[in-house]
Design a protein around this ligand. Structure first.
Ligand SMILES: NC(=O)c1ccc[n+]([C@@H]2O[C@H](COP(=O)([O-])OP(=O)(O)OC[C@H]3O[C@@H](n4cnc5c(N)ncnc54)[C@H](O)[C@@H]3O)[C@@H](O)[C@H]2O)c1
Length: 317
């Protein structure tokens, strides 16, 4: 890339599932990438293949503390994303979302960088409208065990928009819906990784409730493409914008597909539904399609599952 086109891009949460894929794509596009992570849920293994690249720099840093670096763009992805990890230290989870956002916005303000926040569909809570559009304000329990994550992310969105109103920052807020793919944690309790690992081990597949609750699943490559396109939108486009795959599946359907692809002999085991678990979740992505140059997810669930299953097979071998 010509040096004047090359950007210095900061990715927080670079050692995590989404962060590592994003760093890869940014390096492929010829940018200089500074990855920051405290390795709470992320792993250096996700970055090993990038460590020799002179355009990649890895820094151990916790974003609840200020950071002083020179960059042109910031992707703020740092935050544990699975209930098991974000509920393990809920105070730290809220701090990561809130103090982390303040620190990254402060950095963006100092160096006049454009900044993107990885928000989440959890800001909609257990929604009364379906599918969820960006103008729906959500139904979130402020004092439950998921609140550290949901309310932390909501507060981060507030901070992003106040920094824009108060200081004119160039912000982008994306609301990410369930995403899956290689480099997900094998045992973080997220449904796709859970089902795959249980199927590969031949263990019973755990279904919460009666399995009729639905989710939509976006393959990681589609998601990263949308993040990159969002960063490139004109300055007057701030989001929030939903990013996800609107194809909806019940947990029973997902389990059946995983069993079919792995050829596993696993049986289904039904457990009570966890507190505040949403019954239905599906993004309305019309805004993303319109604002991001016709973006729509391209990878069907079946193909994504095959790639993810093959990753987990290698990992477990
Ligand atoms: N994967 C999804 O389906 C999904 C859905 C909605 C939103 N998101 C959001 O996308 C982002 C990335 O999610 P992911 O699935 O890659 O999760 P992940 O847990 O794999 O990655 C998060 C990364 O952030 C790091 N981190 C956590 N706290 C930190 C801190 N205080 N300072 C520095 N680093 C810290 C972790 O070590 C990890 O490497 C998160 O903000 C998450 O809320 C993800």
């Amino acid at each position: 890339m010509k040096p004047y086109l090359r950007k210095r891009v900061l990715v927080t949460g670079c050692a995590g599932f989404l962060g590592s894929h994003l760093c890869e794509r940014l390096l492929d596009a010829g940018h200089d990438v500074l990855g920051v992570d405290n390795f709470y849920t992320g792993s250096k293994d996700n970055l090993l293949h990038m460590l020799g690249n002179p355009h990649f720099e890895l820094m151990r840093h916790d974003i609840t503390f200020p950071l002083y670096v020179e960059v042109d763009e910031i992707f703020n992805l740092a935050c544990p994303a699975s209930p098991i990890y974000y509920q393990f230290d809920p105070v730290q989870t809220t701090k990561t979302s809130v103090h982390g956002a303040i620190n990254m916005l402060g950095l963006a303000k100092r160096v006049k960088a454009k900044i993107l926040q990885a928000s989440t569909s959890e800001v909609y809570g257990d929604p009364e409208v379906h599918p969820q559009r960006e103008d729906y304000w959500g139904r979130v329990n402020p004092i439950g065990i998921r609140s550290c994550y949901d309310e932390g992310k909501r507060c981060a969105e507030t901070l992003f928009f106040d920094y824009r109103r108060q200081y004119g920052l160039k912000i982008k807020v994306v609301r990410i819906f369930n995403t899956f793919g290689p480099r997900m944690h094998p045992n973080d309790g997220r449904v796709v990784s859970n089902f795959i690992v249980q199927a590969l081990k031949g263990e019973d597949i755990t279904i919460y409730g009666d399995g009729s609750q639905t989710r939509s699943f976006c393959y990681v490559d589609d998601l990263i493409e949308a993040l990159l396109r969002t960063m490139k939108t004109p300055d007057d486009f701030t989001g929030p914008v939903n990013i996800g795959n609107p194809a909806e599946f019940t947990m029973l359907e997902l389990a059946e597909r995983v069993i079919a692809i792995t050829g596993s002999k696993s049986k289904l085991s039904f457990q009570p539904l966890p507190q505040d678990d949403p019954k239905q979740r599906r993004p309305d992505i019309s805004l993303a399609t319109q604002a991001l140059g016709g973006w729509v997810p391209k990878i069907p669930l079946e193909d994504g599952l095959r790639k993810t299953i093959s990753y987990f097979k290698n990992l477990m071998a």
